[in-house]
Design a protein around this ligand. Structure first.
Ligand code: SF4
Ligand code: SF4
Length: 88
């Protein structure tokens, strides 16, 4: 699950541009800072790699996984320092 504290977002779009599976897009509603925060695309291949959480300069994103959720995806991807996602 991806939680976004929308009013903390400053709209830099780093998360959107760096997501390895292009799972994020701008939302349609302005936040309190006057920018469009990201949201997960309705159809997405998010692997919960946590790259967006790690890169967000304003700590606006938290990625959590429930036990059993996306087990196959988690096995396939592993975040390596530097933001490279490798199959393992
Ligand atoms: S990286 Fe953080 S501050 Fe930048 S657009 Fe994404 S949520 Fe907003
Ligand atoms: S957790 Fe990874 S795959 Fe999911 S939206 Fe963030 S960067 Fe993209």
């Amino acid at each position: 699950m991806i939680e976004i504290i929308v009013d903390w977002c400053k709209g830099c779009d780093i998360c959107i541009h760096r997501c390895p599976v292009d799972a994020l897009e701008k939302s349609e509603e302005l936040n309190k800072r006057g920018v469009y925060p990201p949201k997960l695309k309705e159809e997405n291949d998010c692997t919960h790699c946590r790259l967006c959480e790690l890169l967000c300069p304003d700590f606006a994103i938290t990625v959590t996984t429930e036990e059993g959720e996306d087990d196959d995806k988690k096995k396939k991807s592993k975040l390596i320092l530097g933001g490279i996602v490798n199959e393992v």
